[in-house]
Ligand binder design. Structure first.
Ligand code: FES
Length: 117
């Protein structure tokens, strides 16, 4: 495992998310009240990307949801903009299906956000 600098702290505001790539692995870095979490960016459901949550509606036509994803700072989870699956940012788990996304350790070193891959 190596720590890779992927962004600076001012690039991801509280309640926001940034998509990065490390060695071909797409990772969404999420700022929850100043703490950073890393979760695989490619959804286990239908491979939509989590990093556009809160910004862009990418729902498919048949989907019952009609908004972009959300990030819940109080309970530390986010939803995928694809079809609104919810993922715990600490465990990567979708509580409804038990399916898991890979999570990554994220640390802050000065102004740098580092992810361990
Ligand atoms: S692609 Fe993520 S919920 Fe469907």
């Amino acid at each position: 495992m190596t720590k890779h600098t992927v962004a600076s702290v001012d690039e991801i505001l509280e309640g926001d998310v940034l998509g990065v790539e490390v060695g071909g692995i797409e990772i969404a870095i999420v700022n929850i009240d100043g703490e950073f979490y890393g979760i695989q960016n490619v959804c286990v459901h239908r491979a939509q990307r989590l990093h556009t949550a809160t910004q862009e509606r990418i729902n498919e036509e048949h989907c019952i949801t009609d908004g972009p994803g959300v990030i819940n700072q109080e309970e530390c989870w986010m939803t995928c903009p694809g079809h609104d699956w919810k993922f715990d940012l600490e465990t990567g788990e979708n509580p409804a299906t038990g399916k898991k996304m890979r999570t990554f350790d994220v640390t802050v070193d000065g102004d740098d956000i580092k992810v361990e891959v």
